[in-house]
Design a protein around this ligand. Structure first.
Ligand code: PLP
Length: 396
């Protein structure tokens, strides 16, 4: 009954671990859930007011498939003001979350065996989406030595005549790594010599960046790549609006047109009322952002500092997003565990801390902590990791 290609598609591991953690909670177990990739802050009231305004005005019917014009114009303004990039509304489409933009793009462009270069660790859905449309993922492993970032040499070696896309995600989920302008410029030099390669720049964590670090994407450092790049962004992470499901893409108008055509035959327009909320979110001065960022940065510093004191866990300092990516090779070795999944199961079942194994992101012997949770919960989780670390050390 089901198509063959679905055999290799997996449900999102973050969602299934979250479910297991919630089941344990329902049995009264005090589980600290650090699996989820969403803000613990509330949607700003001005965004919610934008939605109620749409309801009050009866703006509750179908809209243009690719989003209402005022929202697309606002997105163009955002690109102009924040990234110094010029886009016309015909180069913008609004979808049901950033995920649908990526889904539309792969659906619109991939032919069987087209290759998509994905640096690992990667956001879990890239691989499955590419596979759904018969593309071949070329996974390029990175390590903590390069702060989990792709190097120009790796990129050069991975490109061939079948390469259709390179996916770049900065700040990164799961590592929190942020590419500098120099690093992107070096990658762009390689890309400039291969005209057939398109770039998907996933900027969804653009605003969650710390330590006075500046945000760049491949187009801001090399404007000649604008026509070949699809920028993916949205309000999910920047405005704590994951449930509203509004994401957008900016790219060459023929690509946007093809993606819009496909969306017209699947979900049609994104929810009209959620578009009202997104319009209000992007129209207001985001006064909460510095407060959120300050809070996230404190939590990140806390988690990284505590992990640096442990003997069998280590991590790099993530410059963005709300994740700490932990190397657990030493702990696995001490416990004679073969996979990070076994370690994460142990953490959940014995220490009641839920984290996502790095193998889900294409990088073994690691796990991801989401610090988008209260300081109180983080403190408890860290205490439990310390207690595992101490128990292992005392057995030495
Ligand atoms: N890209 C990355 C790297 C993500 O982490 C996520 C969500 O977790 C998305 C895209 C999709 O975001 P949305 O909720 O807008 O679909």
């Amino acid at each position: 009954m089901l198509a063959h290609r679905l055999c290799s598609i997996k449900p999102s591991p973050t969602l299934s671990l979250n479910q297991k953690a919630n089941e344990m909670k329902s049995f009264g177990i005090d589980v600290i859930n650090l699996t989820l990739g969403e803000s613990d802050f509330d949607t700003p009231s001005y965004a919610s007011a934008g939605a109620t305004e749409f309801i009050r005005k009866g703006l509750t019917r179908y809209t243009a498939v690719d989003g209402i014009l005022p929202l697309k114009q606002k997105i163009c303004e955002k690109f102009k003001n924040d990234n110094q990039l010029t886009y016309q509304p015909s180069e913008i489409m609004v979808s049901t979350g950033g995920k649908q933009v990526i889904f539309n793009a792969m659906m619109a462009t991939l032919n069987p065996d087209d290759e998509v270069i994905i640096p690992a660790p990667y956001w879990v859905s890239y691989v499955d989406i590419v596979q759904i449309f018969g593309g071949r993922c070329v996974i390029i492993p990175t390590s903590s030595d390069t702060d989990y970032k792709l190097t120009p040499e790796q990129l050069e070696n991975a490109i061939n005549h079948k390469t259709k896309w390179l996916i770049l995600n900065s700040p990164s989920n799961p590592t929190g790594a942020v590419y500098t302008d120099e690093e992107l410029l070096a990658l762009s030099k390689v890309l400039m010599t291969y005209n057939h390669v398109h770039i998907l720049s996933d900027d969804i964590y653009e605003y969650l960046i710390y330590d006075q670090e500046k945000f760049y994407n491949i187009v801001t450092v090399e404007p000649l790549l604008q026509k070949r790049t699809l920028i993916v962004n949205g309000v999910s992470k920047s405005h704590a609006m994951t449930g509203w499901r509004i994401g957008y893409g900016a790219g060459e108008s023929s690509l946007i047109k093809a993606m819009t055509m496909l969306q017209s035959q699947s979900t049609s327009n994104p929810c009209s009322v959620a578009q009202g909320a997104a319009l209000a979110a992007l129209s207001n001065e985001h006064t909460l952002l510095p407060i959120w960022k300050d809070d996230y940065q404190k939590r990140r510093n806390f988690v990284v500092f505590e992990i640096s004191k442990m003997h069998n866990f280590s991590c790099i300092l993530p410059k963005g997003a709300f994740y700490v990516y932990v190397d657990c090779a030493s702990m696995m070795n001490q416990l004679s565990l073969k996979t990070d999944v076994e370690l994460c199961n142990l953490l959940l079942e014995t220490y009641h801390v839920a984290v996502v194994p790095g193998s889900a992101f294409g990088c073994d012997q690691t796990f991801r902590i989401s610090y988008a949770t209260s300081q109180d919960q983080l403190q408890k989780a860290i205490d439990r990791l310390h207690s595992l670390d101490r128990s292992v050390c005392s057995n030495d």
